[in-house]
Design a protein around this ligand. Structure first.
Ligand code: PMP
Length: 559
């Protein structure tokens, strides 16, 4: 492989040329999902144009084409992780499904009351909740490995936590928030000593490390294609053949059977098909093979590629560390380019939404690791996750933007707490005045600024009014909504949030509904209003700011 060129590498990814409001997109949310190279996009198209048929089911030409490509992809994955056999490579729709498969199939059969499952404090919900469900059903206890101050699993007490009662140990190779490589070899060895099975969640490791499942000697290794430049909807469960053979199917239906009869017991297919009920995501699996062809030489063979990744990680870490108010959630430079921090005096969602207004995509919140947030006693954090198509220039732009956020404290009042209410002119802020103002604004950055300014006009709730019963569910930041009915059957709405961006959005929503009757509230088409303001992009139910959650709470409550 020739010397690594970030520019050449980047040119493979068409989406990275995207401009948002005339600003170049800076994509720093690679731990959530990576962008896809042109060859993968082409492969999906090629599959549907020239190969599309169901696999393993027919003797016609197309089916044989599709089946060959499908099974070649399995072989590519086998080699990618150095599994002993393709029987040990099972297609799923992602890491989450792989873990559910193991926990349901193995958990329900192999566990009995009094057994223990060991996880760690830094697990993703995908590697917690499936085990909790099984544990509850089977009367099994979950034990949790603590972390060191550097954010890796603390093995100092491992012999107590992983003990004779332990039946399964399921841990992440690398945490999606801390970005540190866990000492999984030590954990696997300890689990083996007590006869426990091991599952390694490789969702974050797969794009950065060479994985050799035989060398690791874990029983299961799981990951998603989309985190390693492949398509969404495809995951891999690697499992040792001998163990998979003892497990019951997870889902059932076509493909996973050998014989089905109403008069004799149904028999199951051989590995790996026994665990692949129904039609798989064939196009994406075939395209994943092309992803591996593309990315394997970089991840597994190019020292320059890994070195560049390390260098941008170090650079980003140092630059962030130089900003007053940045606190990393663990000590030391991360091992993979996942950097999580808080910014003193600024709500995580405010920082993320402000960076979004610069065209920079980062993520804020609990990152599907609520127990980790609890462990670190933080409500959430900002996560910057890089890939080798990111550049030093992009990092510099983000660092400058964060400097601006910090130095603009006075522009968008930094910390007006619930007590020091900014009881400004909410009465002057009407729906019409908001529409009028926004009609003159161009670009998301200016809209964003206007929303933040509107937030300053919100009459804050006092501490006593910030009751749990007023909490808006579905909004990732804490936000409260108090709804009172007046004698004239109209509604008086007041609200608050810790995040400035949400306070601005609340002013926008409240201006539409305040002083209206239930009927008027129901009749009002908020989508049209948001569309006029250019806010429709903020309506998706999954947006952390929960704009839709606010609207739905109001509509549900008023009667
Ligand atoms: N585990 C880890 C460590 C992850 O980072 C993720 C994705 N954020 C998952 C599990 C779940 O992956 P998926 O959503 O692709 O199933």
């Amino acid at each position: 492989m020739t010397q690594f060129s970030p520019t050449q590498f980047r040119n493979n990814f068409p989406l990275l040329h995207l401009k948002i409001d005339n600003k170049a997109l800076i994509y720093f949310d690679n731990a959530a999902t990576t962008q896809k190279p042109q060859c993968v996009l082409k492969a999906i198209n090629h599959y549907y144009q020239y190969q599309n048929a169901n696999v393993h089911r027919a003797s016609h030409y197309l089916s044989s084409e599709a089946t060959t490509a499908f099974e070649e992809a399995r072989e590519k994955v086998r080699a990618f992780i150095n599994a002993g056999s393709t029987k040990e490579v099972i297609w799923t729709k992602g890491t989450t499904e792989s873990i559910n498969l193991v926990s349901q199939s193995l958990g329900l059969d192999h566990l009995t009351e009094g057994d223990e499952i060991v996880l760690s404090e830094s697990e993703h919900h995908a590697n917690i909740v499936p085990w909790q469900i099984v544990a509850q059903k089977m009367g099994v206890t979950i034990r949790v490995l603590p972390l060191t101050k550097f954010g890796t699993i603390d093995i100092s007490n491992i012999e107590t936590i992983i003990n004779a009662k332990t039946k399964i140990v399921a841990i992440a190779h690398v945490s999606n928030v801390l970005g540190k490589i866990n000492p999984i070899e030590t954990v696997i060895n300890r689990a083996k000593k007590v006869g426990a099975l091991t599952l390694i969640d490789g969702a974050q490791a797969i794009a950065h490390l060479t994985i050799d499942v035989q060398k690791l000697d874990c029983d299961f290794y799981v990951f998603s294609a989309h985190k390693v430049f492949g398509p969404t909807g495809v995951g891999v469960l690697y499992g040792k053949e001998a163990i998979l053979n003892t497990m019951q199917p997870y889902q059932s239906g076509g493909e996973m059977i050998k014989t089905v009869s109403f008069y004799k017991p149904t028999t199951f297919n051989a590995l790996p098909f026994k665990f692949e009920a129904g039609t798989a995501n064939i196009s994406s699996i075939v395209a994943f093979a092309k992803t591996i062809d593309f990315i394997k030489p970089y991840i597994q063979e190019s020292i320059d590629y890994s070195e560049y990744e390390k260098q941008i990680t170090r650079y980003c870490y140092q630059q962030l560390a130089s900003i007053k108010g940045v606190t990393f959630i663990s000590e030391g430079t991360p091992d993979i380019p996942v950097l999580s921090f808080t910014l003193n005096g600024h709500h995580n969602h405010d920082v993320a939404s402000m960076l979004d207004s610069y065209g920079i995509a980062v993520r804020a919140g609990h990152h599907c690791a609520m127990p980790l947030m609890e462990y670190l006693t933080i409500s959430g954090c900002i996560r910057v996750s890089l890939a080798p198509y990111n550049t030093y220039e992009e990092i510099d732009i983000m660092i400058n933007a964060i400097h601006n956020i910090v130095s603009n404290e006075n522009f968008i009042d930094s910390n007006n707490t619930a007590q020091e209410n900014v009881r400004t002119s909410l009465n002057e802020i009407t729906l019409d005045s908001i529409i009028e103002k926004f009609s003159k604004i161009k670009g998301w950055d200016n809209r964003h600024r206007e929303i933040m300014l509107l937030g300053k006009t919100l009459t804050r709730l006092n501490k006593a009014e910030r009751r749990d019963e007023y909490l808006i569910k579905g909004c990732e930041s804490l936000a409260w909504l108090k709804i009172e009915k007046t004698e004239r059957n109209t509604f008086l709405l007041s609200a608050d949030s810790d995040a400035k961006i949400i306070r601005g959005l609340l002013v926008i929503v409240l201006s539409a509904y305040n002083g209206k009757t239930a009927e008027e509230i129901k009749q009002f088409t908020i989508e049209e209003y948001f569309s006029k303001l250019g806010l429709l992009q903020h309506l998706s139910p999954s947006r952390g700011n929960g704009l839709r959650a606010i609207v739905e709470t109001i509509k549900r409550t008023v009667k």
